[in-house]
Design a protein around this ligand. Structure first.
Ligand code: SF4
Length: 207
């Protein structure tokens, strides 16, 4: 494990951006509760890096190989820092010469976290083309039990976010395989909305 916290890290052919450790959920299965990081990288930040620092770190590794995707995904919710995320995505689209996917792995609470913003439009305009949304429950009660969100209405807002995002991004809904959650029902919700579904194993690892 590298000692200093990493803002940029990689696994295989994907490059990841760990722009915050803040999150509007407190999921009991969250990897942050069990591990310091992933893939030998320490992801426990002592503070949010500035946008400039994120870009500086990104510049060091961006041209080291042909990355498949750049993913906003770390030990926190990237949409807690919408402006930083948008600026970094715009920078990638402007200065990285090759076609590449920019994905945001999110708890789906972007509407709640960014009231008075046109978050879907802003994300697409900045060049984000994929969203992976952790729905993690088949109903509100289960969501509140396992994800322990700051807002009681989070589940409904996540559904609204997925609905709005559909057709504008390549959207995938995910859920962790834990006993409280009926994965087939989550898959059905995704199907009814018209987006993909992927189950994730509950193992101390990375998803
Ligand atoms: S939404 Fe993700 S980062 Fe936030 S507590 Fe849950 S698992 Fe952890």
């Amino acid at each position: 494990m590298k000692r200093s916290p990493s803002v940029v890290y990689w696994l295989g052919n994907n490059l990841y951006l760990n722009i915050t450790n803040r999150c509007s959920n407190n999921c009991y299965f969250c990897i942050r509760r069990f591990k310091q990081g992933v893939g030998g990288f320490n992801l426990k930040l002592s503070r949010d890096p500035s946008t400039h620092e994120v870009i500086e770190e990104l510049q060091k590794v961006l041209n080291l190989k042909n990355w498949r995707e750049i993913v906003f995904c770390g030990f926190g919710e990237p949409l807690e820092r919408l402006d930083c995320l948008l600026e970094v995505a715009r920078w990638i689209r402007k200065y990285y010469g090759k076609p590449i996917s920019i994905r945001v792995d999110t708890n789906g609470q972007g509407l709640l976290l960014n009231r008075n913003r046109e978050i879907i439009t802003e994300l697409t305009a900045a060049g984000v083309d994929k969203l992976s949304v952790s729905l993690n429950a088949h109903d509100k009660e289960t969501y509140n039990q396992v994800c322990r969100p700051k807002s009681e209405s989070a589940f409904d807002s996540v559904l609204a976010f997925i609905e709005e995002a559909k057709g504008k991004f390549d959207v995938e809904v995910t859920a962790v395989n834990i006993p409280e959650v009926d994965l087939s029902k989550v898959a059905k919700i995704a199907q009814q909305i018209g987006v993909k579904f992927r189950a994730r194993e509950y193992i101390p690892g990375f998803w």
